[in-house]
Design a protein around this ligand. Structure first.
Ligand code: UN1
Length: 499
């Protein structure tokens, strides 16, 4: 059995605990990928101490040179794309087409970050005084604690780590326990690209032990976390108490609205991909479908027919549409929500249980599940399930659909299918989400645009695009007075008449 290690202080090392956990293939639990460290606070202490040393050097490396290193990481990801996609599918289950897309998102993020090294814009503005310059520029912050989920095992770490490094910070990285192999390979890629050994640290283990130790460590100045809203709340409380900069990306309850005038074929393809892609385990998954009454019945019966034809299976096998859930706890959670939906009076049209077909018994497979007659306020309409469960609601008008879309505590993405351009633009301003798609499902964010949500999905920061660089750097202002005299701002320039 292969034993994997942490990467701390420039070396691959065993955890101080001596304890490990098994990383299993969710499509076949008899396939154990390897054993990974169950680290503790002591490992985090060593990682942070090394990262602090790394930061002192890296922050002085010019940003374009840091960008060159990240470009090389992008090149290595291009070279290893298929291999990484395969190992990612093996440890978390989604089909190869999706894991290849996941790696591609990392590549896109790398190349964007590389060029950002030659921008990182500040401002130079006129001073109110003579012979004085006023400007702002960006400075690195320190050690960044990066805590990532299982569903985009490469893309999400790259969203955070590339900008963090580009801005001159050092990183302590804890990948989700379900995807430690992808996290390990990503760190190998960074090292091969030339990230100095003490600038990146990898500490495997649980959120309770390692995640909490990173968040609480006084040497970690900023934290970026993607995961559940519940965990995010406690991360937020700790960071608030310790005055740390924090970026949170949390849950979603994303709706797709299909109006009577929409192209039904297009909407059908969209909802199948949005609801059941990644087995529904995306923060952006389409978990609510809001149908206008004129198309409701017809659309729903076509949807059920198409969803029944989705092929469940090992994501590494050609032709698989939907892979397994990631682990047993996820299956239990989805089962619990199916029971809740039934008890609350929704109509279970299909699915609702573990898949029992031959060849699937060794994995965490769950049938694509559709509930109809879902009413606003039911728990399956309000709460994030993170599985292949779609709740369908019926509305009379676009306004009713908008109200339902907005009536949840989350605000990540939304989608509207219509041919009416006025309704489409109204939706862009009325829907309370960080992202709204017109005539496309709730998933499909691109690396060069800001990603994130409103309300309890986030805390106001964005990943991706140009905005993320503001999170990973601090604005500094410089004034240079070359007049040779004391010039008092707000005072001397108002003493006489300007000439
Ligand atoms: C997530 O949903 O967890 O928008 C991230 C998408 C991907 C990223 C999603 N590019 O579907």
């Amino acid at each position: 059995m292969k034993l994997f290690k942490n990467f701390i202080a420039g070396a691959w090392v065993e955890p101080t605990t001596g304890d490990y956990f098994d990383n299993v293939n969710p499509a076949d639990t008899s396939d154990v990928i390897g054993r990974f460290p169950l680290s503790s606070r002591a490992d985090v202490d060593q990682a942070v101490a090394s990262a602090q040393r790394g930061f002192e050097r890296w922050r002085r490396t010019p940003a374009p040179a840091r960008g060159d290193v990240i470009r090389k990481a992008g090149d290595i990801l291009v070279r290893r794309k298929d291999e990484i996609a395969d190992l990612m599918t093996r440890e978390m289950g989604k089909p190869l087409t999706e894991t290849r897309g996941d790696v591609q998102e990392g590549i896109d993020t790398a190349y964007y970050a590389a060029t950002e090294g030659r921008r990182l814009f500040g401002h130079t503005v006129p001073s109110e005084l003579r012979d004085k310059w006023a400007m702002s520029f960006r400075r690195p912050i320190g050690v960044a604690g990066i805590i990532t989920p299982f569903n985009f095992p490469l893309a999400i770490p790259t969203w955070k780590i590339f900008p963090a490094l580009l801005c001159g910070n050092a990183v302590v990285f804890k990948p989700a326990e379900d995807v430690p192999h992808t996290g390990t390979v990503f760190v190998e890629v960074l090292l091969e690209a030339g990230v100095p050994a003490d600038v990146i640290q990898l500490v495997h283990g649980t959120g309770e032990a390692v995640g909490a130790a990173i968040v609480e460590h006084p040497g970690v100045s900023l934290v970026s976390f993607t995961g559940s809203t519940e965990t995010g709340r406690s991360v937020g409380e700790t960071c608030g108490r310790l005055h740390k900069r924090l970026s949170l990306e949390m849950g979603g309850k994303n709706a797709m609205i299909v109006l009577d005038d929409a192209d039904p074929d297009l909407a059908l393809e969209g909802v199948l991909w949005g609801a059941f892609g990644t087995t529904g385990q995306r923060c952006t998954a389409t978990s609510r479908l809001i149908l206008q009454s004129g198309i409701h019945d017809d659309f729903l019966s076509r949807l059920v027919k198409r969803a029944r034809a989705l092929k469940l299976g090992d994501g590494r096998r050609e032709g698989t549409d939907v892979g397994p859930l990631v682990n047993e706890a996820s299956v239990k959670k989805v089962e619990r929500y199916v029971d809740i939906g039934v008890a609350d009076g929704a109509d279970l049209l299909m699915g609702g249980r573990r898949a029992a077909a031959r060849g699937l018994e060794k994995g965490y497979f769950f049938e694509p599940t559709i509930f109809a007659r879902v009413e606003q306020g039911m728990r399956i309409e309000q709460e994030e399930i993170f599985g292949p469960v779609l709740s369908v609601l019926r509305v009379e008008s676009p306004d009713e659909a908008f109200r339902i879309n907005n009536g949840v505590k989350y605000g990540l993405s939304s989608s509207l299918y219509t041919r009416d351009v006025s309704v489409a633009f109204r939706a862009l301003s009325e829907l309370d989400n960080g992202i709204t798609y017109i005539n496309a499902p709730t998933i499909g964010a691109e690396a060069h645009l800001p990603f994130g949500g409103v309300k309890q999905t986030g805390n106001g920061h964005r990943e991706g695009g140009w905005e993320v660089y503001e999170f990973y750097s601090e604005t500094k202002v410089g004034y240079v007075d070359f007049s040779g005299t004391l010039q008092r701002a707000q005072i001397d320039n108002y003493l006489g008449t300007p000439d």
